[in-house]
Structure formats: C-alpha cells, structure tokens
Write a protein of this length. Structure first.
Length: 352
C-alpha cells in the first residue's frame, strides 16, 4: 500500500482542551473521568466493580447537571486501546448536559465509520475505534459509554482514552515538497575505548499499548487491531507472535499548504465570550470553538502542546496511517502570498 500523503485530517480533542484550560472541572472517578483524557493510552483504565449503574462502563465528565462555561462542537469519537470487540452486545456513546432538565444525545446513531466501528453493531476488533457524526454543539457536561441494562458480557472492560472532539480537514493536499521522516532518537550509540560501538535501545517506536483480553495480557503497537477472541492455533501463535514487530521509528511530517483562503486560515474573531458585532448577545456558540480553520487547530491544541490524532489520508481506515502527534515547537508559520491568500507550514511529530 502506498504512503503518499493525501488530504490530512486533524482530530482535535475538545474535552481535553477545555479541561486543560480550566473550563471543565472533571476529576478522576470510579468510571474513568479525567484519567481517560490527554490520550495516555498505554496503560488503560480497567472498569471497577461498582454497584451503581452496572451498564455504564466509562464516564467522561461530571454526573451532576452542572452548567458548562461555553457550548462546544463535536463531530467525532475515538475509543483508543479498548477491548470492546470482545463483548458480544452493542454499546452506545451518549452525551449529556444542558440546563434545567438537561438533554441526552446518543452519538453512536447515524455515524460514519472511520476505523473499526459499524454503527449499532459495535467494533469487530479490539484496539481502536473511530467514527464521525453530524456536528453537535451544546453545553455538554458528561459523556458515557454504556450498554443496555443486562445486555453486556460479564468481563473486565478497558479503555485507554475516551476522545470526543472536532476534526479539521486540510482544505487541499500539501505542497509536493513535503518531507516524511523516521526518528530513532530512542537509540543511543557510543564508542568504547577499544573502538567498538555500543547501542542502547531506550525505545524504538511509539510506546506499545497494554491489552487485557480473553487471550491474556500483552503489548501491541498503537492503533493496531486485534481479534476479540482466539479461536484457532493460527490466531494464537502466528498473529500473536507478530505483536511488536511492525513499523519502527517515530514519524515526522514537514508539511506546507499554499494558496489557503483567509477563511480556511483564520477564524473570524478571537473573543472569549459569545458577543460579536454580528450576532449580538443571543448566540450561545463561542466563535473560537465553532471555527473551521487552521487557526482552530492551533488554538485548541494550545499551539501543539496538547496531543491530537493525525492521519495523512482522511479517507484511509488503515491503522498505520494514524498517529498521536503534536506540533514541533516553533515550526508553525504563516506567510501571506496574495490578497487574502496564505501559505502555512508546520512540522508534526508522532509521540513516543
């Protein structure tokens, strides 16, 4: 399969952004909470045996109907490092919030599959599931992953990260002078007095994720998929023996996009409330969070400080086209090429 960079997509974790900037006071809970933020997927959160709401496996946010400072848009969900494929029942992801009586929105309805998710049927494999849906914009104060009462298999469910957010598609393919490189900065070499070279391997790629499944506990490369159960000696022996032998090194993409229109480069305004000269005080949608531009990606990752999911081909559903990344420091630059036309450059680094 070719590795040509096509149209990149940035999956921005809106909940992590709001948590990092103090907009949400969501703490760790017995159902996950803040432990499911920031895409720290290597060591997953295991569901705890609690008597309350046994059908709810994971909760992101507050179970109280507390008001949020701002509404925010979402159009995708990514469940990283899960073993939900082992459960033979269907799960659902629900967003709750609002004022007064509140509201409940089932995000797993009318979805588009990106990777390992097929609507109400649930994932076919353990590992990663990503799906998109029509944009929702409201005062969400919690999200949960649950099954209908009594309609789930009795085994420990795990989830590495619960990502709810908004994606941004680059308005066109990057310039042809792009560079994709592999970094092996986790391997250090030194020469001995006798002239020999010794190499110490601290890491040779992204941190492998821990999977707790019916086949035991083992490590596997990020975003790869795994059978939900072992039924043959071939799956147990041949497939398991290949865990950890895939791609090596950490990827970096040096990209530039030319002739970007002003509305694809900059947000209309950067204000902290909902009052603008056009909308007045009645619009509940903060313009920064509702924007569709490179400026939105830059702001809502805090200049690349917060991780995001990156793919160099938005149409691909292959796990090796996805990575958890940040922007390399001081590499994001914008040049004006003509009236209301810009060129934007950046370097994107895969996290170890």
């Amino acid at each position: 399969m070719g590795k040509q960079v096509k149209t990149p997509r940035f999956y921005v974790d809106m909940v992590t952004f709001l948590h990092a900037t103090g907009q949400l006071g969501w703490d760790s809970t017995s159902k996950g909470g803040a432990e499911l933020l920031y895409m720290n997927c290597a060591n997953p959160f295991l569901e705890l045996e609690t008597s309350d709401d046994p059908q709810v496996k994971f909760i992101l946010g507050s179970t109280e109907n507390n008001p949020i400072k701002s509404s925010f848009p979402i159009n995708f969900c990514a469940l990283l490092n899960h073993n939900l494929g082992t459960d033979s029942k269907d799960f659902k992801v629900v967003g709750k919030g609002g004022y007064g009586d509140g509201f409940e929105t089932e995000l797993t309805e009318s979805t588009t599959n990106v990777m390992n998710h097929f609507g109400s049927y649930g994932p076919s494999y353990n590992g990663t599931s990503i799906f998109t849906f029509s944009e929702e914009n409201d005062y969400f104060n919690s999200f949960n992953l649950s099954y209908d009462v009594g309609e789930f298999d009795d085994y420990p469910h795990q989830l590495g990260s619960f990502v709810i957010g908004k994606y941004f598609d680059a308005p066109n393919s990057p310039d042809l002078n792009l560079t994709m490189s592999r970094r092996f900065d986790g391997i250090k070499s030194q020469k001995t007095i006798g002239g020999k070279t010794l190499s110490n391997i601290y890491y040779d790629g992204p941190t492998e994720w821990t999977m707790n499944g019916p086949n035991g506990t083992y490590k596997y490369p990020p975003f790869e998929l795994d059978y939900p159960s072992t039924t043959t000696d071939e799956q147990l022996g041949y497939l398991k023996s290949k865990s950890g032998l895939g791609r090596k090194g950490l990827r970096s993409w040096k990209l530039s996009f030319s002739y970007i229109a002003e509305n694809n480069m900059w947000m209309e305004n950067e204000v902290s409330n909902q009052i603008t000269s056009d909308t007045g005080a009645g619009d509940k949608h903060n313009s920064m969070l509702s924007d569709n531009s490179f400026n939105f990606v830059w702001n809502c990752t805090l200049g690349g400080t917060l991780p995001f999911i990156f793919t160099d081909d938005k149409e691909s559903n292959e796990p090796d086209r996805y990575a958890i990344c940040t922007f390399r420091e001081n590499t994001f630059s914008v040049q004006q090429q003509a009236h209301n036309v810009y060129k934007v450059s950046m370097t994107i680094d895969e996290l170890a």
